[in-house]
Design a protein around this ligand. Structure first.
Ligand SMILES: *Cc1c(COP(=O)(O)O)cnc(C)c1O
Length: 372
């Protein structure tokens, strides 16, 4: 058997007629950039997250950059985020000229360790970006409390957490702004690049709309130099077709995670822990293994495609060598980078496929024991 890491075709085939209809409409009415398809999606996604405003842009990275920029964060400012995340989280901080300050993640849920945030606050700190990695929210209450105490903004990186919840609140709705990516493989993915910022503040909403389009609200009038980070009309239309299936697909991911957890309960790998009060959406299904590289190799030989999220923590990336971090600074992120393995996870994964993956994981452990 072959088990792919993800299967986008299976997700899109049942929606093909509706997706083709978007293409026909956009071809007819020439709304290639922003326009009614994007507006319709913005309204629907804001309502899905439970916020007032959604500003669609052309990537999750652009969303993070504009969120920082809308708050006036730039040169000389510090923004606290985690070492265990996708590069773009910190890259957006660098893009506005601010300095990313890393903290470690906690060893159980692999998200921002709130106990370490306060120690990283300096007089230059302006914002904190908690990342809801792998589809599970960070423990937001203590982070929000620290932010309030020190007068810091919270920008949520919800790029892997569309629909995830924390104590009944949706990912993206808890900070001053929430940032999403609609890269094709995300829980809600476009058929190309896409992203969005959500917020409740009308002034920020307006600022974000100007930032994504040349500092302009009215054609030919530019209030400040900005960017072209507009979402394409086609992508807005595709996303509006896919959004109504997101909750069902997240539920399928949770069911798949449940089967994984049951079948791997007696194995020597560590399965993901669910934060009390959180409802994860399992963008990725992460296990921890002492012998990760060999296990990955073995699974690959058995036809099981896996991933690494992420093999190099951000403080050890060449791009951030200038910040002065060294190996040993963030022990949890570093040990995760050596032990985590992402197993196949997608809404249409079958019980048989999960059983096959798990029996290969268990078989690997048996081979190892026999060797010792
Ligand atoms: C995907 C992702 C991003 C960036 O989104 P793009 O749309 O690829 O620019 C940022 N942060 C996290 C955690 C992500 O997973």
């Amino acid at each position: 058997m072959k088990v792919p890491f993800a299967d986008l075709r299976a997700l899109h085939t049942p929606l093909k007629a509706d997706l083709m209809a978007v293409f026909e409409r956009v071809l007819e009415n020439n709304s290639f950039v922003l326009g009614p398809e994007v507006q319709k999606f913005e309204t629907a996604f804001a309502s899905f997250v439970g916020v007032q405003h959604c500003v669609a842009v052309n990537s999750g990275t652009a969303a993070l950059q504009l969120a920082l920029e809308a708050l006036g964060i730039g040169e000389g400012d510090e923004v606290i985020t985690v070492a265990n995340t996708f590069f773009a989280t910190a890259e957006a901080v660098s893009a506005v000229g601010a300095t990313p300050v890393f903290v470690d993640v906690d060893p159980i849920y692999y998200n921002m360790d709130s106990k370490l945030v306060e120690r990283a606050v300096t007089s230059k700190t302006r914002a904190v970006i908690p990342v809801h990695l792998y589809g599970q929210t960070a423990d937001m209450d203590p982070i929000l409390e620290i932010a309030k105490k020190h007068n810091l903004y919270i920008i949520e990186d919800a790029c892997q957490a569309h629909g995830a919840e924390y104590k009944g609140r949706k990912a993206g709705s808890m900070g001053i702004m929430g940032c999403f990516s609609f890269y094709p493989g995300k829980n809600l993915g476009a058929l190309g690049e896409g992203g969005a910022i959500v917020c409740n503040d009308p002034t920020l909403n307006q600022k974000l709309r100007m930032l994504r389009e040349h500092g302009s609200l009215k054609k030919y009038e530019h209030s400040f130099p900005a960017y072209n980070y507009r979402l394409e009309g086609l992508q807005g239309g595709f996303l509006a077709v896919k959004l109504p299936t997101l909750e069902r697909d997240n539920e399928r991911r949770r069911e798949a995670a449940k089967i994984y957890a049951e079948l791997l309960a007696d194995s020597d790998v560590v399965t993901p822990a669910v934060l009390p009060g959180a409802k994860p959406v399992f963008h990725l299904y992460i296990i921890k293994s002492e012998d990760r590289d060999a296990l990955k190799h073995y699974l690959n030989e058995q036809g099981v495609e896996t991933g690494l999220h992420y093999p190099i923590p951000l403080h050890l990336q060449e791009a951030y060598a200038g910040l002065g971090y060294k190996k040993g600074d963030f022990p949890v992120s570093e040990s995760l980078s050596e032990q985590i393995l992402s197993l196949p996870m997608f809404p249409t994964i079958t019980r048989e496929q999960i059983e096959y993956v798990c029996s290969a994981v268990l078989e690997f452990a048996k081979c190892q024991t026999a060797r010792v």
